[in-house]
Design a protein around this ligand. Structure first.
Ligand code: FES
Length: 102
C-alpha cells in the first residue's frame, strides 16, 4: 500500500492510497484537477505532468527517452518534472508528494 499526495495548482493537498496502477490512474480516478491522462497512459499527451518532490525524484527510475522527449515540449518543465503515468504505484513511492504542473 502506497500513500500518494497530490498538490493541486490551488495548493490543495489530496491524499490517496493504492496498491497498483500508476500515479496518473490514481489521480484520474480521484479527479485530481489538472491531471487528465488524455492518452490513457501511453506517454503521448503530457496531461499528467507533475513536479516530484525533490527527495523522491532521486529515488525514481530515470525517465525513458520517450518520456524525456515528451517533457521537452511541455510548458512548466523543471528538473523535477515527470509524466506521472510513467510512475507505477509501489511501496517504493509510499509517501511521495507530486505537484500538478499544468
Ligand atoms: S497520460 Fe498521457 S502522457 Fe501520461
Amino acid at each position: 500500500m502506497a500513500k500518494i499526495t497530490y498538490i493541486t495548482k490551488e495548493g490543495e493537498s489530496m491524499v490517496f492510497e493504492a496498491t497498483s496502477g500508476s500515479l496518473m490512474e490514481l489521480a484520474v480516478k480521484n479527479k485530481v484537477p489538472g491531471i487528465d491522462g488524455d492518452c490513457g497512459g501511453v506517454c503521448s499527451c503530457a496531461t499528467c505532468h507533475v513536479h516530484v518532490a525533490p527527495a523522491y525524484y532521486e529515488k525514481l527510475e530515470a525517465p525513458s527517452e520517450i518520456e524525456a522527449d515528451m517533457l521537452e515540449f511541455d510548458d512548466n518543465v523543471n528538473e523535477y518534472s515527470r509524466l506521472c503515468c510513467q510512475i507505477p504505484v509501489s511501496d517504493a513511492v509510499d509517501g511521495i508528494t507530486v505537484s500538478v504542473a499544468n
